[in-house]
Design a protein around this ligand. Structure first.
Ligand code: IVH
Length: 683
């Protein structure tokens, strides 16, 4: 046997010992569970191929321990075992083949498939149906007595059967399950921490573990833990022959069993389910790190015995890890079109969630400070599904003192302007609308698909045009000349013509599309549509008051103020003026005018009208020449009132403004509202 293998085994043993000490004794791990598993697997494989490498102190020869001095000890009625892992379908098939060789020829195996809940094991004993003891896994033989704490977990029955229609409780029953936080409960716990100005919890599993190991069970009671029960450790007076029967029995007694657990006739059926579980993983109410596959026939499972400390009758299929640790080597600052400053972590490359990641979001500087992330830290990086990778938090135990705090920059790295943090906001902003990065980002957005959709104008082209001084703002796009574009690298005649045609086409986009492309805070497609149909032109919108905007259904006071502020900005007005001059459409499809019956009159609408929505009522009033505003003043001509009006009705009475109903309005318009026979659609 080569020396380097022996050396590698020794190295793995030493690393695993260290990490399990950090995990179990200090409660302060510095690598992820997945990384630990990988080291463990490597050692296990080495030892399987070269059994002479196994030493009595090898971590594979015993289970880890989470025992603490603070609790009385409980001896489990049977060993609380751990599981082998599979990381691929091939390994899973090999697991079945190994098992079949150990069983009589012709044996067929069926299986259960259960989520592998990412919590901590709990062992609970019921005597004559009463919960009398609960313990942690400990070293598998002896655990910590956490009975008082487990009694606080709402979905753990204190008496069996918990279901009125359940079977009678056996005289003695010990079950095994997993304690965890549902994602929503963990989020709520962190919201509470945040409200109280306390540090946030980073890892749900560790927090669940910490919550269960409280000396004061009132603290445990204040944490919304959940338990799922998946095995019977020992039972008197009941015979369970399959795992599926066991789960059903546990469910009948009133335990919560792992959601989604199911029984399948063959391993191929199980394998078919794996992609579904993996892709559904993020939609589940709880964290899982894989699934557990169990030989259904408990007698056969027993017969299969053990490989080392792991029972052969069950195995865990682990998903590729979505959380890994790596070093934070730098922080870059990006500035968005609104001026918002976002710190981005530069990382030592790490393989996570199936790809190599070198940068990740740090969200904002408030979060960086709250989590106390420092430059040079080992950090936990998460990437799941489609989400952008982000830094979950630092591994504080891995610090050596050389780490340095991350401070927000004082000035914008692109424009040099001092950054501002608006009162109550978590973000910093570059306040200068002419900041080159902000200009680049807003033009990039303006031309993008979903905005003005100018094909052939990607970020590279935008950048090149800005660098050559050919565009300074969105409006300059519409006056680009053929010769200018021909100067750009890679722009031949054909490409230039296509781009010019795309720009020309963009000039006649509907007003709503233009509005949602301008990057006004809060004005997306829906709001842009409302504004366009309500005001009909950029000019009318520019002249609108907060009051008038606020009166539009679907637009609140804050948004109304944003819109007014945006249009009041002289820079924005100049850009719009240039667009108009270049021939960009600034008009909604003209609205038909029905009559001038309400010309010169101002209306305020309050309450729920019998047949018209507020928006429809406003359109009707305007179609007949009237105006609609948001609040009642002496200048208001009429208050149009429906069911359950607000304070506006009181105000109207105070000021002596006449109050009218929807019917009154129709009478004023005449002919029930459809004054003009050409425009019956207005009602
Ligand atoms: S069965 C022999 N079923 O995963 C039986 N374990 O890596 C072994 N776990 O320590 C356990 N969900 O804490 C089983 N549905 C499930 C599980 C599950 C989570 C945990 C359990 C165990 C660890 C093994």
């Amino acid at each position: 046997m080569p020396d380097d293998l022996a050396a590698r085994a020794a190295e793995l043993r030493q690393q695993l010992h260290y990490h399990s000490y950090r995990y179990y004794v200090l409660g302060d791990p510095i690598i992820s569970n997945a990384e630990y598993d990988r080291l463990y697997q490597e050692l296990q494989q080495l030892e399987a191929e070269h059994p002479e490498l196994i030493t009595p102190d090898s971590p594979t020869q015993r289970a880890g321990s989470d025992l603490s001095d603070e609790f009385p000890k409980v001896r489990h009625p049977a060993p609380i075992l751990s599981l082998s892992n599979c990381f691929s379908v091939q390994e899973l098939q090999a697991w079945e083949e190994r098992n079949l060789k150990l069983l009589p020829a012709g044996t067929q195996l069926d299986y259960t498939l259960e989520p592998k809940l990412d919590g901590l094991t709990i062992v609970i004993t019921y005597e004559n149906g009463v919960l009398t003891q609960a313990a942690t896994r400990g070293n598998g033989e002896v655990g910590d007595d956490v009975t008082a704490n487990v009694r606080t977990i709402r979905n753990v029955p204190l008496r069996l059967p918990a279901r009125p229609d359940g079977p009678p409780s056996p005289p003695l029953l010990t079950v095994r399950g997993e304690v965890l936080f549902l994602k929503k409960d963990f989020a709520a716990l962190n919201r509470q921490q945040q409200e109280q100005g306390l540090p946030l919890y980073v890892n749900a599993r560790n927090t669940a573990s910490g919550s269960l190991k409280q000396k004061d069970s009132r603290i445990t009671a204040s944490r919304p833990l959940t338990a799922y029960i998946y095995a019977v450790v020992s039972v008197v007076g009941v015979t369970l022959v399959t795992q599926w029967q066991t789960l059903t029995y546990l469910g009948d007694l009133g335990f919560a069993i792992p959601p989604g657990a199911a029984h399948y006739p063959t391993l191929s059926d199980i394998i078919q389910q794996l992609p579904t579980w993996e892709s559904r993983k993020n939609q589940l109410d709880f964290e899982i790190d894989g699934v557990v596959i169990k030989v259904n026939d408990l007698r056969l499972a027993q017969e299969l015995g053990f490989a080392g400390k792991d029972p052969r009758g069950a195995t865990a299929y682990k998903f590729p890890s979505e959380e890994m640790t790596t070093r934070l080597i730098g922080v870059t600052v990006s500035v968005g079109r609104s001026g918002k400053v976002t710190p981005t972590a530069q990382l030592e490359p790490v393989f996570v969630g199936g790809v190599t990641v070198t940068s990740a979001s740090l969200h904002n500087y408030d979060q960086v400070a709250r989590l106390d992330i420092r430059l040079g830290d080992i950090v936990i990086v998460k990437r799941s599904g489609e989400v952008i990778p982000y830094v979950v938090g630092p591994v504080t135990g891995a610090r050596d003192g050389s780490e340095t705090p991350i401070v927000p920059p004082e000035v914008c790295p692109y424009s040099g302007d001092p950054l501002v943090q608006p009162e109550g906001a978590v973000d910093y902003f570059c306040p200068n609308p002419l900041c080159p990065e902000r200009v680049f980002r807003s033009i990039e957005f303006f031309v993008s698909r979903g905005a003005m959709d100018i094909e052939g104008m990607g970020p590279q082209t935008v950048k090149a045009l800005i660098e050559r001084g050919l565009i300074r703002d969105e409006a300059d796009i519409f006056t680009l000349r053929r010769d200018d574009l021909l100067e750009l690298e890679g722009f031949a005649e054909r490409k230039v013509d296509n781009l010019l045609a795309a720009i020309e086409a963009a000039k006649s986009r509907p007003l709503a599309q233009l509005l949602s492309s301008l990057g006004i805070d809060g004005v997306g497609e829906t709001v842009a549509g409302l504004l366009s149909s309500r005001f009909g032109s950029i000019e009318a919108l520019m002249a609108a008051t907060v009051d008038e905007l606020d009166a539009v259904e679907g637009i609140g006071a804050v948004l109304a103020q944003n819109v007014v502020d945006w249009f009041a900005d002289p820079h924005h007005r100049r850009v719009l003026e240039k667009m108009r001059a270049a021939g960009v459409n600034m008009q909604a499809q003209p609205k038909p005018v029905a009559s001038a019956a309400l010309a010169g009159l101002t209306f305020v609408i309050t309450g729920t009208l019998p047949s018209l929505s507020r928006e429809a009522a406003a359109e009707l009033i305007e179609a007949h020449g009237g105006r609609v505003t948001g609040s009642v003043s002496k200048k208001t001509s009429y208050v149009l009132m429906g069911e359950s009006p607000g304070s506006k009705a009181d105000k109207a009475r105070q000021l002596g403004v006449p109050i009218i109903s929807e019917d009154d309005l129709r009478r004023m318009i005449g002919n029930g509202g459809s004054a003009s026979p050409q425009q019956p659609s207005l009602l």
